[in-house]
Write a protein that binds this ligand. Structure first.
Ligand code: BGC
Length: 807
């Protein structure tokens, strides 16, 4: 500890009467407690008290952090664990024998793909329960930066390219977690759409673009979810670190949106503690002695406003008294593991998106199946980056899920793969050692595909020869060493081929565009397997075990069905089997546009995806670059403005592989009796959805609005409401009501410093997806409506945005 701070602590302690016990924190004496705290204690409370990452000798090993306690005033630490995909803490502790693993949910993208607030609410419910019963107070999630390009390193932690879908889903997650009396931290506020040099990169975007897209998700989540905490982001926004921007944290978040909780920094985010606290960011995580010294000095010499500090301390205490740790809640450590696995199974299946299903290839009855692709045997359930649950306890593999559902798995092929994987692991390890900086820390290199051959060269396992020499019982020693099968044998022995393509991603690193492309071995695998199975009149299904778009159009014609399963969480194999067999009819929809090739949308062109860090410090973002962000290389210019994702592709009429909102079903639906009625602050659409097919299923209804011409340039259509039916039996109908407020129709007018819903005729479009309008309804606003805002987030230098006019 800094010497000055120690002296200050001693003086304060001496000044206190020794006999009178200081009053203890209660919900109704917060102001008195603020006055009773010493400057040193306040400075400590403005920073985190530690993290459980490296030190095994803490209360909760592996958690992200906890707050500073002041026991003399009855202020406890409260404990923050990473999310958003479950509670992230160490599975084992050095000091006892228990298993503290928590349930791994589907990734945020997979949850958002359900287009169902109840489904994501179920996951929030599970997380809130486990958080509390593990003795913790806050989950560091949900994460709702937008999927601005397919290559964002944290796309799997984020929900969607669309702020409305992200915001609504996040609010449902937050409410469900907080129902348990524990908190959330919606993150990373804001503009953290890329990971490359994330602590130095400057997100340059107009106030309109920021407010309509990148802040909008947070606005909805904050207003409708009331999270206990918000985590600021690492990046700069228009030249200032987000966490040091008072206009962002105080004027917009608190002033305009009415946020009542505490704002915390991302871990080691921001460089200047006095600026951070002055901006209204309450806790600097995890904090450092240097930061505390700077804050103490500034508080003493008046350069840090005492009123700002006291307001922050008050908010921290208001937050603290809500936490289970303050209430001395006795956690049971019973996390309802089996029940939660079933919930994850259900929601994992619910988010899967059927992209192609020629001649009703799917569903299939359990049959003999050959699994191809290394990912089939190395299925990715989730757990990438801090958004994981430290591996969870286990995940149900694809093989296990299919076997349980009654499929017969080609075990010979499985054994070939197991052996191939061992060889590949050795190769990958030696590859990784050639790149010591990255060492594939976050994203292990992927194995090549094993391409099935017509002629098999049997290489004897060297251990076999050794064993033979030593005259051992080879069969018993080496297990079943059946001769590998040829491709024709595999075709003859199986009814169906399933190929899985996988992609991982993770924090701290964006994907490279090469990861969007298929590798040669993947393409070859699809070609070889499809030809052989089709020649025998058998079908080929591709599973996409991915977090964001990959290239599909060059190969999709070769296969019969494609199911995008995302990374569906701990029950992965069960969820996949449920959809393949039709136990669950797929009802997921794409929360992101899949483009034909990377580079098709302008946002791609301003994305730092080909960067390779030169040092580990640079990789971790700890290498401080120029203090003047304008001098840094990493300016990320959002030149596409509001034309990102489907807003670009629909407005500029550009072909996509799969549009936003797309997803097939095993049944068909009709929309009937649609009508639009005005409400006090907008309108509502009522319509009846009828299952016109032969099997039960759920339908997602998407409502988009198209603004009147004139005024600000707007995308062709924007999502304003969505709803999902229950599981409708064939012939069954359900009436849905979708509500929209006039405020939600508004655009941000920088000149007027206000949100404005322009007067005129709106076309309200009920769509199957962003590219397919099923029916339209007129809505008229007789006069322009305005909502004033603060004048915030101005650009420091002009930015050239694309425009429809210059098409
Ligand atoms: C991540 C956050 C995370 C925090 C604490 C940071 O590196 O960006 O999302 O919550 O660490 O683990």
């Amino acid at each position: 500890m800094n010497r000055k701070i120690i002296t200050l602590t001693l003086l304060t302690a001496l000044a206190m009467p020794m006999t009178v016990k200081a009053q203890q924190l209660r919900a109704d004496n917060i102001d008195q407690i603020v006055s009773a705290l010493t400057d040193d204690e306040k400075v400590h409370m403005l920073t985190g008290a530690g993290t459980g990452w490296a030190d095994p000798d803490v209360k909760f090993p592996g958690i992200a952090g906890w707050t500073y306690p002041v026991p003399r005033l009855g202020i406890p630490s409260v404990y923050l664990a990473d999310g958003p995909h479950g509670v992230n803490m160490n599975r084992y502790r050095d000091f006892d024998h228990f298993d503290y693993s928590c349930t791994t949910t589907p990734t945020s993208t997979a949850m958002a793909a359900t287009f169902d607030v109840n489904a994501i609410g179920k996951m929030g419910n599970l997380i809130g329960y486990e958080l509390k019963e593990r003795g913790l107070d806050v989950i560091l999630g949900p994460a709702i930066n937008l999927q601005r390009t397919a290559l964002g390193g944290r796309n799997q932690e984020y929900m969607s390219e669309d702020p409305f879908l992200s915001g609504k889903m996040a609010a449902a997650y937050i409410r469900a977690v907080q129902n348990h009396g524990v908190g959330t931290s919606v993150k990373h506020f804001a503009g953290n759409e890329a990971e490359t040099l994330r602590k130095q990169s400057d997100t340059r975007a107009t106030p309109r673009t920021l407010r309509e897209l990148y802040l909008k998700a947070f606005e909805i989540a904050v207003k409708e979810g009331q999270p206990w905490t918000v985590m600021t982001s690492y990046n700069y926004i228009n030249g200032e670190h987000s966490t040091e921007r008072r206009d962002l944290v105080t004027d917009i978040l608190r002033g305009e949106w009415g946020f009542k909780g505490i704002a915390i920094t991302d871990w080691d985010g921001g460089y200047y503690p006095v600026k951070i606290t002055s901006a209204g960011t309450d806790i600097i995580e995890p904090g450092s002695d240097q930061f505390r010294e700077d804050l103490a000095k500034a508080l003493a010499d008046g350069s840090l406003d005492r009123n700002i500090v006291d307001a922050a301390i008050k908010r921290i205490l208001e937050f603290t008294v809500k936490c289970p740790s303050f209430k001395q809640y006795k956690a049971s450590n019973d996390i309802h593991r089996d029940e939660h696995l079933e919930w994850v199974r259900e929601v994992g299946a619910e988010g899967m998106v059927l992209l192609k299903n020629d001649n009703q290839t799917l569903p299939v009855v359990p049959q003999k199946v050959a699994l191809y692709g290394t990912t089939s045997y190395n299925f990715i359930a989730g757990n990438m980056g801090v958004g994981g649950t430290n591996g969870g306890a286990y995940h149900v593999t694809l093989v296990e899920g299919l076997r349980k559902a009654g499929f017969t798995i080609d075990m010979n092929l499985l054994r070939q793969h197991t052996r191939w994987q061992t060889e590949e692991d050795a190769r990958l390890q030696s590859e990784a050692s050639k790149d010591p900086i990255m060492s594939r820390i976050l994203r292990p290199a992927r194995a090549e595909e094993l391409i099935p051959q017509e002629k098999i060269e049997v290489k004897e396992d060297p251990r076999m020869a050794q064993a033979r020499q030593m005259n051992f019982n080879i069969g018993a020693l080496m297990g079943n060493q059946a001769k590998p099968s040829t491709l024709s044998e595999q075709v003859a022995n199986n009814d169906l081929a399933i190929i899985t393509l996988g992609r991982t991603t993770g924090e701290g690193q964006d994907r490279n565009f090469k990861e969007f492309e298929l590798r040669d071995s993947e393409r070859k695998l699809i070609e070889v397997v499809s030809q052989a199975y089709h020649a025998a009149g058998k079908k080929v299904v591709v599973l996409l075990n991915v977090c964001a778009a990959i290239e599909t159009q060059s190969w999709v014609g070769m296969v019969d069905a494609v199911l995008n399963v995302w990374e569906p969480g701990m029950a992965a194999g069960y969820s996949v089997a449920d959809v393949l067999t039709g136990k669950v009819n797929p009802s997921g929809r794409m929360p992101q546009t899949w483009e034909v090739k990377f580079g098709d949308q302008p946002a791609d062109l301003n994305f730092p995806s080909d960067y390779h860090p030169k040092s580990i410090m640079e990789f971790l973002g700890s290498a401080k670059m120029s203090d003047n962000p304008q001098k840094n290389e990493e300016l990320v210019d959002y030149e596409e403005g509001v034309f990102m994702g489907y807003r670009y592709f629909t407005s500029f009429n550009k072909q996509v592989a799969y549009p936003f909102g797309y997803g097939l079903s095993y049944t068909t639906f009709a929309y009937e009796n649609a009508s639009l009625d005005p409400t006090a602050d907008g309108f509502q659409v009522t319509l009846t959805v009828k299952n016109t097919g032969k099997v039960a299923g759920k339908e997602v209804v998407q409502l988009y609005s198209a603004a009147p011409a004139g005024g600000l340039e707007k995308p062709v259509r924007e999502l304003k409401a969505f709803a999902k039916t229950k599981n409708l039996k064939p012939g069954e109908s359900q009436t849905l009501t979708l509500k929209v407020t006039n405020y939600e129709l508004a655009s941000y007018n920088e000149k007027a410093v206000a949100w404005q819903a322009a007067k005129g005729n709106y076309s309200i479009q009920i769509c199957k997806n962003a590219n397919e309008v099923a029916l339209t309804l007129p809505y008229k606003l007789k006069k322009t409506l305005s909502w004033k805002t603060t004048n915030s987030l101005a650009l420091q230098a002009p930015l050239k945005e694309i425009s429809l006019k210059k098409k």
